[in-house]
Every structure is written in C-alpha cells, then in structure tokens.
Write a protein that binds this ligand. Structure first.
Ligand code: PMT
Length: 321
C-alpha cells in the first residue's frame, strides 16, 4: 500500500529524534502569534537562525557543531520588522539576536560606569552607559522597546538538531492556518548527519578505547514535507551554502527542482557577508554590497529581505489556479 505523503519523515522524527518537552506550549504560542498578526493583516515570517548541535552521547559531553553565528537570521529579523512583518525567530541558544547583536563584541562592564566617576558617593549609586563604547545604544533601545510593545517578535530557542526539527515542524503546522501570508526564511545551518538516539552510547565515550570511528545517518530532508504537507500555501525560501563556487548555482537549482519551493538564497562561505544570489524558478538575481554601501554600513540582509518581500507580494497576489 502506498505510504501517505510525508509519513516516513514524520515517523522518523518521532522515532529517532527526541521531541522537546515544551513543544506543545511553543505550538500554542506560535499559533496565537500568527493568528493575531494575520487578523491584523500583517504577514508573518518564520526565520531559522544559527547552527545545530549534534550530540555524540545521550548524556552529552561531546557534540558536533558548525560555523553559523546567526548574524544573517538576526539582522534579517530587524529588516523584516522594519518592513511591517511579524517575526517568529527560531534560533540557536546564544547565537546572535536581533538588536543586541550590535553590542555583543563589547565587554559589558567596560561599557558601564558610575555616574560621577570612580570614587564618587561610595560607588553604590547610578550606573550609566559609556556612549563611546556603545554608540547608538539609545536609538537601538528605543526600537527594541517599540518592537517588544508591539509584540512583533516571538523568540523561540533550539539547541540540538532534534529540537530544531521538531520546532520547525510545529511552526510549519501552526503557520499553515494563515496560508500565503506566511513566509519561511530558513537561514539556519542545519547538520546533514546525526546519530540516532537508539545507536548513541549513553555515557561519555572513553578515549581509553582507542581512536573514535563515527557512523552517522542522513538527516531527513525537512524541506520536502514542509513544502508539500505542513505549510503548502506558504512562501518558502531556503539557503544554500557552499565553499566551491563552481557548484553553488547548480545545487541551488537542484534544490528548487527537488522541493518546488519559491526561492533559494545561494552563498559562498567566505563572501556571504557581501554577495548572494537569489535563485527562483525563473530568475537569478545577484545582490552585492558596493563601496557606497560599505561606507553607509548597509548590510547585505537589507537587500535580501527587500528582494524577497517583493517576491512574496507577487506570490500573495497571484491568481489562484
Ligand atoms: O549565520 P551566519 O554566520 O550569518 O551565516 C549565514 C549562513 C551562511 C548560515 C546562511 O546564509 C546559510 O547559507 N544557511 C544555510 C546553510 C545550509 O546548511 O545549507 P544546506 O544546504 O545544508 O541546507 C539547505 C536548506 O535546507 C537550508 O535553508 C537549511 O536551513 C534547510 N535544512 C537543511 C537540512 C535539514 N535537515 N533541514 C533544513 O531545514
């Protein structure tokens, strides 16, 4: 008998990836958030951001990780909000976060000082910000508070690959109720390999047993059920990262052919901050930062977001056929 669509990935998710205990609670939050904004005529984008952690032991001492800082996801969230979207920010715990991302390299204690300086009034009084070390902090704080008051940003954290997969599935199912008003912007760098829970040693792997050989399974391609089954009316963008520029565009096209979603943002590891190509079934658009952009501190994410919002509008307005 033919298997119902998507059931093999659903089965694999249930059997081999432990669901986070709070998944139902998160589902409710996402559902209410999507409903509230869609009822107000606002579009909702689900952004995934950061890398996934793949444990090697059940009581995890060691894990595999990747390079992603979460900068693309965090900065994109700000540009989407500025353009009128509400954002569900599904991000790796402690990866870059919208607004605070600008201040992370700063040592917090260096950036604060006692009003009146060291030694004044016993130093138990008011603490103020050193504006030279945190330029624009007032402007960013104001925006952050506006976004908070408007309830425009719903942050959801993941750590492991399992959490990521279950929470993305939950998000897709909850956002399906708002149809084409939903956008998926899958900027997270997701591991392609994992060790199933049933094959993972419980305790710390012992180096006294000699060199370690790992056998890892392929992570199910989550884009497939997302596009076909979980959120079939949504506007879906995946990302494609390579280190070899000669295969990048071909891989992006193949992803579009395989999953039938709306766009792939293709980038090369070393140049990702200044150059990407947005590939759709009919177009290929290069987005690049020029010298003028660099002088004005324009970020590539501003251009990516603007390009995709334009495409999303066309997608929403296309005749249903
Ligand atoms: O975070 P930064 O340091 O700013 O870097 C940004 C970035 C380089 C991570 C980002 O621009 C990027 O390219 N992200 C995708 C990298 C990637 O893992 O590509 P992939 O070929 O493995 O996956 C393809 C797409 O499917 C991605 O959109 C991924 O989020 C998604 N995917 C992949 C596997 C899987 N099991 N589930 C998924 O959802």
């Amino acid at each position: 008998m033919a298997e119902p669509r998507g059931s093999s990935i659903d089965g694999k998710l249930a059997e081999e990836f432990a669901a986070p205990s709070h998944v139902d609670e998160v589902k409710e939050k996402m559902s209410a958030f999507a409903r509230r904004h869609a009822d107000a005529g606002r579009r909702v984008v689900l952004i995934t951001s950061g890398g996934t952690k793949v444990p090697l032991e059940s009581r995890t001492v060691r894990f595999l990780d990747n390079f992603s800082s979460g900068r693309r996801g965090a900065s994109s969230a700000e540009y989407f909000i500025d353009s009128g979207y509400a954002v569900i920010f599904l991000h790796r715990h402690r990866s870059l976060y919208p607004y605070t991302r600008m201040f992370l390299p700063v040592n917090l204690l260096e950036a604060l000082q006692f009003r009146g300086g060291e030694g004044a009034s016993g130093n138990t009084g008011e603490v103020v910000v050193n504006q030279q070390l945190l330029p624009n902090v007032g402007k960013v704080l104001k925006r952050y508070n506006e976004v908070k008051e408007g309830g425009l940003l719903l942050p959801i954290e993941f750590n492991t690959l399992s959490e990521y997969l279950h929470l993305l599935k939950a998000a897709a199912q909850e956002l399906s109720s708002i149809g084409s008003l939903a956008m998926f912007y899958l900027a997270a760098a997701v591991s392609d390999f994992y060790i199933p829970a049933s094959e993972m040693p419980e305790h710390k792997i012992q180096s006294s047993n000699g060199p370690l050989q790992l056998s890892m399974k392929m992570v199910p391609k989550i884009l497939s059920p997302l596009v076909k089954d979980w959120a079939p009316k949504a506007f879906v963008i995946s990302f494609k990262l390579e280190t070899d520029a000669s295969i990048l565009l071909d891989k992006a096209r193949r992803a579009l052919d395989a999953y039938r979603h709306q766009a792939v943002v293709a980038n090369i590891l070393d140049s990702r901050r200044g150059h990407v190509v947005v590939v759709t079934p009919d177009t290929q658009t290069e987005l690049t930062l020029n010298e003028e952009d660099a002088k004005n501190e324009v970020e590539i994410e501003e251009k990516i977001v603007s390009n995709l919002i334009f495409a999303h509008t066309k997608f929403i307005n296309q005749p249903i056929g």
